[in-house]
Design a protein around this ligand. Structure first.
Ligand SMILES: Nc1ncnc2c1ncn2[C@@H]1O[C@H](COP(=O)(O)O)[C@@H](OP(=O)(O)O)[C@H]1O
Ligand SMILES: CCc1ccc(OS(=O)(=O)O)cc1
Length: 309
């Protein structure tokens, strides 16, 4: 039984263009590549574990003009079709998107080179959220521990090697972030950072004014979406999309996903939601090695990540 389970976990990822994806996604690749985007589509793009669920909830709250009850209409995974998602016999992400009325908000973890070409051809809006690589690695490690349909991550030391070699679902963090950063001025891209969304605003004596202050970043999203919201609605969105609220919200915390898929007794989906948890995982030697690899892989890229707040 243990062997079957282990084999089942190991067989879930296959490559397309050198990028590991879920096997069912690869089986459905032709349908995904032929997906017909529309000019008014908004695509939420992230590398896994970068705050996808958080930005989805923010976007939905904006779309619903801050109406909390409307955001409770469905679990977050069902509100924005995940275009490369396939798990037969459930409808695929493409099928869900095709039946959705416009204007549509969709989501993807695909790197730029694997995105269905129609998104570029239709000059769609892309909302990209990036998270620093070290916290992303930590979050992905715990996610693979609790996600029973993904490969077992092994020990932290083993996972460190797996992650830097890009042998994880959706490929290398470095290539993903670089790819989206490099196209951002040629297309309609709003490029946000998880760390900016978490930044605490300080008072005159450096005292924290709030536990979390993503209002400025939320305002950027509102403008990007071509909307305008009152200050009180913005404040409501800040409150409702805080880590603490979303951790308790069954529509966002994945508590409806069965334990044989996501075992939250191993690690909760809403785990810590902080910047800098990597310091509790990286050894000094791993940190030095990672920084050197980062320098090499991100050479010439003018992107700055905040590693602690
Ligand atoms: N409202 C929120 N504020 C801050 N972090 C959040 C959040 N909602 C989810 N997250 C964090 O985002 C990560 C999941 O990302 P994704 O949705 O892309 O899978 C998890 O990180 P941690 O594992 O570091 O806690 C999760 O806790
Ligand atoms: C292949 C790993 C993986 C990563 C993320 C997934 O979905 S979600 O972003 O948590 O909804 C699924 C599989």
């Amino acid at each position: 039984m243990a062997l079957t389970t282990e084999l089942g976990r190991q067989l879930q990822l296959r490559e397309v263009g050198g990028i590991l994806l879920q096997a069912a996604t690869v089986d459905n690749w032709s349908e995904i590549q032929h997906f017909e985007a529309k000019p008014d589509d908004l695509l939420i793009c992230t590398y896994p574990k970068s705050g996808t669920t958080w930005i989805q909830e923010i976007v939905d709250m904006i779309e619903q003009n801050g109406d909390v009850a409307k955001c409770q209409r469905a679990i977050i995974q069902h509100r924005h079709p995940f275009i490369e998602w396939a798990r037969p016999p459930q409808p695929s992400g493409v099928e869900k998107a095709n039946t959705m009325p416009s204007p549509r908000t969709l989501r993807t973890h695909l790197p730029t080179q694997l995105l269905p070409p129609s998104f570029w051809e239709n000059n769609c809006k892309f909302l990209y959220v990036a998270r620093n690589a070290k916290d992303c690695m930590v979050s992905y490690y715990h996610f693979q521990r609790m996600n029973q349909v993904l490969p077992d991550p092994g020990t932290w030391e083993e996972y460190f090697e797996t992650f830097i070699s890009g042998k994880v679902g959706w490929g290398s963090w470095f290539d993903h972030v670089k790819g989206w950063w490099e196209i951002k001025d040629r297309y309609q891209v709003l490029f946000l950072f998880y760390e900016d969304m978490k930044r605490v605003s300080k008072g005159p004596s450096e005292e924290p004014l709030q536990t979390q202050d993503p209002k400025c970043e939320i305002q950027k999203v509102v403008q990007f979406m071509g909307k305008s919201l009152d200050e009180t609605v913005l404040d409501e969105i800040v409150q409702e999309t805080s880590f603490e609220k979303m951790k308790e919200n069954p529509m966002t915390n994945r508590s409806t996903v069965p334990k044989f898929i996501l075992d939250q007794s191993i690690s909760p989906f809403m785990r810590k939601g902080t910047v800098g948890d990597w310091k509790n995982h990286f050894t000094v030697a791993q940190n030095e090695r990672f920084d050197e690899i980062y320098r090499q892989k991100m050479e010439g890229i003018s992107i700055n990540f905040c590693m602690e707040l």
